[in-house]
Design a protein around this ligand. Structure first.
Ligand code: KE4
Length: 426
């Protein structure tokens, strides 16, 4: 780590818990103090000491077009001269709502919020209000933000830090959350047999990215749709990562499954703070002020976030962007797997389109339990040697890596070469 990042981190820890504004950035899982980033462009980041990196975190998903895409930047510059926030409705928000409804098959009505956490929290509250029921089902290793009901055996930073749940979540509330293994429909059916008409909703990342990437068994997802419908519960797809990432309409378009509610975020803000939840009209109409279930936000639909998000979606809707993202993802993730195997290492690479993860294990990784069986120490060594070679990966085995449109073939091949060297050395 360079001197400036080191000094900044020593300063940051005095005023910010752990020196970071989001735990997973702290690099505790890989034993590396965080780099402080000064700028980014395309698929590159530069740290405070001027060191250049190839970025596969992409701000944890939003930067699918790469950093500083000219059309996103110009849309922001243009908007800035009109002010930054009004606390009143704008045409941009209507355009964003219409764009989401147009692209995401199951969404008939949508509400903008400021984070994925807010989107998931609001969808859960709406499902409870709409059904009049309290219990929810989530899946071990899936992460839906840090709302109380969802911090039960969660993935991402909670898994990274090995936090069992989180102090501060009242037992009275946590007991309404049933957490089950992903990709296992039998235990979901058992839970419905036991709690049936007490379950408001099942919330799931259709393509989990928060225990590392897990490839869903599509029959499992279809089974969730069936069992929720049979029991009058709602199915909530948390597509904060997969939305607009794996296809224009997300995982629900890819697999042809129609949830009742969908949580969105990341990409639709173009890098600015954003979240959204939407779904069937008869459900969404229960939200205030049309209905009686409350949710609000000072900066919801912020014009700058809308401008950046709309510019991003406009580019994603053009031509063969997703075919190119698929090709780039396949080249990178299969290359990383081959590099590990040629170094004689056991490795499983799970990837769909331009999101993926590498697990150091000989066994399939199909849920949180199997993800946790992977060799975390090996991942640490891989992470550190790749960072030394200028490759910036997510600092946890329980996160996804992302490829953007800005990663060209030369960059991907260079990354694979770095991986070959790195994996041989560990
Ligand atoms: P935010 O509140 O962080 O905007 O979104 C929460 C969220 C909801 N749903 C899914 C599927 C998510 O992946 C997330 C957030 N993702 C993590 C990384 N896996 C954000 C990174 C961080 O916590 O700093």
């Amino acid at each position: 780590m360079g001197e400036k990042s080191k000094t900044l981190f020593q300063r940051a820890v005095r005023s910010i818990p752990g020196g970071v504004n989001s735990p997973v950035r702290a690099g505790k899982a890989v034993g590396v103090d965080p780099l402080f980033i000064s700028r980014a462009e395309g698929c590159f980041l530069w740290d405070a000491d001027g060191n250049k990196y190839i970025d596969y975190v992409c701000s944890w998903g939003p930067m699918i077009l790469g950093h500083g895409h000219p059309e996103v930047v110009s849309s922001l510059k243009e908007r800035l001269s009109d002010g930054t926030s009004y606390g009143a409705p704008t045409e941009l928000e209507v355009e964003m709502a219409e764009a989401i409804i147009d692209m995401v098959p199951s969404v008939e009505m949508v509400r903008m919020v400021n984070s994925g956490t807010e989107a998931a929290m609001s969808a859960i509250r709406l499902s409870r209000g709409f059904t009049g029921r309290d219990k929810i089902i989530k899946f071990e290793g899936c992460y839906h933000g840090h709302a109380d009901s969802l911090l039960v055996s969660a993935g991402s930073g909670v898994a990274t830090l090995g936090i069992p749940g989180s102090p501060g979540v009242p037992e009275d509330l946590a007991r309404h959350t049933i957490s089950l293994p992903f990709n296992n429909l039998d235990v979901v059916i058992e839970a419905f047999e036991k709690y049936g008409h007490g379950i408001a909703s099942v919330i799931v990342e259709p393509i989990p990215g928060n225990m590392g990437v897990i490839i869903p068994n599509v029959e499992f997802l279809k089974g969730l749709r069936e069992v929720t419908r049979d029991n009058g519960s709602l199915l909530i797809f948390d597509e904060v990562i997969s939305g607009f990432r794996v296809s224009p309409g997300g995982a629900q378009e890819l697999y042809g499954i129609s949830p009742d509610l969908t949580c969105l975020g990341k990409i639709i803000g173009g890098g600015l703070p954003v979240g959204a939840y939407g779904g069937r009209r008869e459900i969404m109409e229960r939200m205030a002020p049309q209905g009686d279930i409350y949710q609000a936000g000072t900066l919801s639909g912020n014009p700058l976030a809308m401008a950046a998000g709309l510019a991003t979606l406009a580019i994603l809707k053009k031509g063969d962007v997703y075919r190119k993202l698929e090709e780039k993802g396949r080249a990178l993730f299969s290359g990383l797997g081959n590099a590990a195997r040629s170094a004689g290492l056991n490795v499983v690479v799970n990837h769909i389109g331009s999101m993926g993860s590498i697990f150091f294990t000989a066994n399939p990784v199909e849920d949180f339990a199997s993800a946790k069986e992977s060799d975390v120490e090996m991942f640490k060594r891989y992470y550190r040697t790749m960072l030394e070679k200028g490759i910036y990966l997510a600092p946890s085995p329980f996160e996804a890596s992302f490829v953007s449109i800005a990663h060209n073939e030369e960059i991907i091949q260079k990354s694979i070469y770095c991986a070959e060297e790195s994996l041989r050395s560990i």
